[in-house]
Design a protein around this ligand. Structure first.
Ligand code: ZN
Length: 610
């Protein structure tokens, strides 16, 4: 006679809780699930029935002489030991014992009342299945669990085995999710759900979880890519000749940090670079100041209660990627990866790797959304991961490649390395702040330093010109103002207006010094430039009015014939310039002096329409 210790069903139920918890460490629901379920009262169920009801030996001897020597209860100690090994998480050991138990139970089956041993065998199948699941032997797990369910589903057993039928369906559903068989997963979860509603209740965290898994499955998209699920703005790196410089932080003081983490980052970047076929290249640098992307680590706060978990949901992420942009230019990415789970245990190398692949995907421009397919690295959580190392799916690769064919709305600046661009934008921002505080000498200093790094943006030339103008350094201001007035941009008409003003101011200074003809030249130039601009540019009304006033003042001053200014400037910019230069060599010389005094970058004045 055997007395079996804790019932198998209760045990297998706990198993389910364990595996669900493992598979969704990230989510708040997982945490609350652990709490709720562990406090649930034990479900008491009968265990394996033993020899007291077995058939008399004499009967069996007639049936099968080979089995005559088999003790029909011989499987029980093996089962009990196997179950104990399983409880201690010695799954390989448990597997051996349970398989031995199964063989013995099958051999002894003929010596028992029909049905009884069948039920015992189902119990062994069930634990073998759960154990195989723990060993990630999914084929075996499916085989045993389906066999157990077949028996439990018989009318005579069903009522007593609702718990097992529920938990087995959940495991089978989970395996199907891991392996991407979503239709099959759906059937298992649909089978489990009514039992969960009945046994656990409608509001139980686990019941709700199954509902949300079914919703996830309904949303799964299996098209060739998921570009349409990303943000509307096209954001990606271009100019592949400029490698993206990556700095990996060595946070040796952080709990859980290991030197090997560095290699994981490099491997994850290598996987993306290979997949992108050199549309992007990465280079690892030893100084954060040289980096376009900084990869660092975080210690995730432990969630103690479900409410706390909810409050900390943002912090409970495995990782995150922040992309900084400056004026629609990619400036710098920061990738942060958690080194521990919500339970406080160290994150596995696989989990760190998977998180890195996901975050690097974001930093390459797969942002503003996620894939709805758990097989993709850009799926938003690791709910359906079984802890194994993931790789980019075909859909991930297709999506990234398609993205890189599109014209970007936001990209890295051309002709300057991002690191330098970041220095440039820092100086430019500083300069604009000084400008707004009317600290013009500081502003001039910042803008000049910024332009020494990068001079492809007219805006900073305008601000430098304006700062100099406001310091009454008109001659110094003019090259910058003229350069920004000559290319289309946000400040073009402003720059034109100030150019005219600067010439007039210089003329006034000449006037005061008694240099009449020099003053005249400057007024002429002011008139010409303002007039040209008025004819060619679309202007803000206030700028247009200011320019019209200046023109009328200059008109009187210069005694220009009455059919001007409109008539005089009705030709396009280039013609006027040519005519001007052809008719007046002296003027041309004066103009050339100005052009050559521009900084090397400054474009000569051109009609904005060209
Ligand atoms: Zn994400």
């Amino acid at each position: 006679m055997f007395t079996l210790t804790p019932s198998f069903h209760r045990h297998s139920f706990r198993t389910i809780v364990g595996l669900l918890l493992v598979s969704c460490l990230l989510t708040q629901s997982a945490v609350s699930l652990a709490k709720t379920v562990s406090t649930r009262p034990a479900v008491h169920k009968p265990g394996i029935k033993t020899g007291s009801v077995s058939k008399p030996k004499s009967v069996n001897q007639h049936v099968n002489s080979a089995n005559a020597k088999v003790n029909p209860n011989a499987f029980i100690p093996y089962y009990n030991q196997g179950r104990d090994a399983y409880k201690l998480e010695h799954y390989a050991e448990a597997e051996k014992l349970l398989k031995k138990s199964l063989v013995l139970a099958e051999q002894g089956a003929s010596q028992m009342y029909p049905g009884l041993q069948q039920k015992n065998i189902a119990i062994i199948h069930n634990l073998l299945g759960v154990n195989a699941f723990k060993l990630k032997k999914y084929n075996e797990a499916c085989l045993y669990l389906k066999r157990a369910m077949n028996t439990y589903n018989r009318p005579e057993y069903q009522a007593a085995n609702e718990d097992s039928l529920m938990s087995d369906a959940l495991i089978l559903g989970q395996i199907a999710m891991y392996e991407g068989r979503y239709d099959e997963a759906k059937l298992y979860y649909q089978e489990a759900l009514p039992r969960q509603e009945k046994i656990l209740g409608l509001d139980h965290a686990q019941t709700r979880q199954t509902q949300s898994i079914l919703e996830d499955i309904a949303r799964i998209d299996q098209g060739s890519d998921y570009l349409d699920r990303l943000g509307r703005k096209v954001i990606h790196w271009t100019h592949p000749e400029q490698s993206i410089k990556v700095f990996i932080a060595n946070d040796s003081s952080m709990p859980g940090w290991k030197p090997e983490d560095q290699a994981l980052v490099q491997a994850a970047y290598a996987e993306w670079q290979l997949a992108m076929e050199n549309r992007v290249r990465f280079e690892f640098v030893s100084e954060p100041a040289e980096a376009d992307t900084i990869v660092s680590w975080m210690e995730r706060p432990k969630a103690v209660t479900p409410a706390e978990a909810e409050a900390k949901q943002q912090e409970l992420r495995n990782g995150e990627c922040q992309t900084q942009t400056v004026d629609d230019k990619l400036a710098q990415d920061n990738i942060v990866v958690a080194l521990n789970s919500t339970e406080g245990t160290p994150a596995s190398a696989n989990s760190i790797y998977n998180t890195l692949l996901h975050e690097i995907g974001h930093s390459l421009g797969l942002m503003g959304g996620h894939s709805s397919n758990p097989a993709d690295i850009l799926f938003p959580n690791n709910r359906y991961d079984d802890g194994r190392r993931k790789h980019l799916s075909q859909r991930d690769i297709q999506t990234a490649r398609r993205l890189y064919v599109l014209q970007p709305d936001v990209t890295n600046p051309e002709g300057i390395h991002l690191v330098r661009y970041y220095d440039y934008t820092t100086l430019a921002t500083q300069g604009k702040e000084a400008y707004n505080h009317k600290a013009y000498p500081e502003a001039v200093n910042d803008f000049q330093k910024a332009l020494a790094i990068y001079n492809a943006e007219p805006e900073i030339r305008f601000f430098l010109g304006a700062s100099l103008y406001l310091q009454q350094a008109y001659a110094g201001a003019l090259p910058y103002l003229m350069a920004s007035a000559s290319v289309p941009g946000k400040y073009q008409d402003e720059a034109l207006k100030l150019t005219g003003h600067a010439f007039i101011k210089m003329g006034e200074i000449d006037d005061k010094a008694g240099a009449r003809s020099l003053a005249e030249q400057k007024y002429q130039r002011a008139y010409q430039i303002l007039n040209q601009g008025l004819q060619t540019l679309a202007m803000k009304p206030e700028n247009k009015n200011a320019i019209l006033q200046e023109l009328s003042w200059l008109n009187n001053r210069l005694s220009i014939p009455s059919d001007t200014p409109i008539q005089w400037a009705s030709q396009d910019t280039r013609q006027i310039t040519n005519q001007d230069q052809a008719n007046n060599p002296k003027k041309r010389g004066w103009f050339s002096t100005f052009v050559s005094s521009f900084s090397a970058s400054a474009a000569p004045i051109q009609g904005p329409t060209q």
